[in-house]
Design a protein around this ligand. Sequence first.
Ligand code: G4P
Length: 534
Amino acid sequence: MAHTPETEAKRRRTFAIISHPDAGKTTLTEHLLLAGGSIRAAGQVRARGENRRTRSDWMKIERERGISVSSSVMTFEHADLMFNLLDTPGHEDFSEDTYRTLTAADAAVMVLDAAKGIEPQTLKLFEVCRLRDIPIITFINKMDREAEDPLALLDEVASKLQLDPSPLYWPAGSGNRFRGMVELTTGLFYPFTKRESGADYDQGHEDPVPLAQAVTAGLLDAAELAEVTETAELVAGGFKAFDVESFLEGHMTPVIFGSALRHYGVNQLLAALGAYAPPPKHVKAEKAGVDTAIDPGDKEVTGFIFKVQANMDPNHRDRIAMLKLTSGRFQRGMKLKVQNTGKQLSVNAPIMFFASDRELAEEAFGGDVIGIPNHGVLRVGDSLSETGIIRFQGLPNFAPEILQRVRVKDPLKAKHLKKALESLAEEGVTQLFRPAIGSDFIVGAVGQLQFEVMADRLANEYGLECVFEPSPFSEARWLSGTPDKIEDFAGKYRSAMGTDLDEAPVFLGKSAWEINYVAERFPDVQFQRTKERG
Ligand code: G4P
């Protein structure tokens, strides 16, 4: 088959894993890579993570708190498909970052802990997926431990997420009595092979047998067979059959059971991703101001930046902008233009991220994610293309929920502080506001943890010992309206006015009540909670 942008884009599956911390995302990632053949032994993902952590001090926070702060991408090829797995941070303080990462995903795997069902962070992330109509495959993990009744788990998916669960498999038991699962369409039973603890599960489990033969094969006893046969029949009648259209529209989720740690159900998940997860879709954009849709098979190389990751290697002070390609055949050395600034850059050292390493990307297609090292030219939300006239809908900035004043301990370093704060804000980690009166900077974040990360990074990466102090403000809103109305308003509320990184006017309120009060008095000015970037 010819390698055209169209055929190559069709081979791409770009997905994210969403889950509550501890449900098993890291373990599943590792075992997907293992199943995909891109790592050889379990333990490598974590080892890689640890390596990175020892090299980068601010990751201390990750280590100490056992959370994953930064998101990245991992690419692997399997069964003639290219999978791009986007890693999303699990901690709720990083929801904005996660939100942006999900804008680059074409599908998601929702991992549930079989003993816990839907947890708060699962729900939040699910809502983001729903907002963007991202189809979801459900993986019910940790079946090797005592689990909730699988019927109750599916009911929870249906009632809490308003999503039709459609089990592709049905489990036989859980915990010590977990025997495997039966594929509902074929009646094949996939045994869960128990091994000594600590034994290597990476090689997979025994081959499936028709369910009726499971007893003679010594995989189930007669009572277990009767139970799984009965419930599987009940389930096949009680839940809607899997319908790929309904899945793609975000109404239905296929469900697979398994144990990431025991490498069980992982091959089935990978197969479902290959078979059902969509290749990259058409993306809405403006071409020279006219509404259009970018087809992944289009000739022109286009894409958008959904994340900027700084200092992955602190020795190099590098900044890598993550570009989700939306169309064309990208080739190393190509020139791309940034739509909003008109700047052109030669992409000479694009990076692709494989499980154990990063490599120079010689070629990439719609659906792929490449990292572009740069020195602050690229920002989150930027649209890139060969002609420079394509503009994707910007990624939103969310009004921060905590505003703090930042001060550097050594006053001689104030200038450095400004630069450091600006570059962190450009990464999209935190937001920076400059009040109209006074010289302090106000830093805004969605959660407290971001301030800790920031203080750590300011100290380690920029040598700036800083203190964060409460600010008089608690809420920020972007203002929109005609320039004269905004000017009129700003004149009356100078002490509460500020600007963001792009010099856009911002109202800094002391409380939500104050913002409502002021907004009612100035109906010609809009007080916005989100601002589009790019
Ligand atoms: P996360 O990224 O979603 O936060 O979860 P992670 O994969 O780190 O898994 C959280 C814990 O759950 C880990 O145990 C992991 O070994 C365990 N786990 C993941 N999948 C399974 C599974 O299928 N079955 C069982 N029984 N356990 C599973 P830990 O003790 O916190 O970490 P570790 O010491 O094992 O690394």
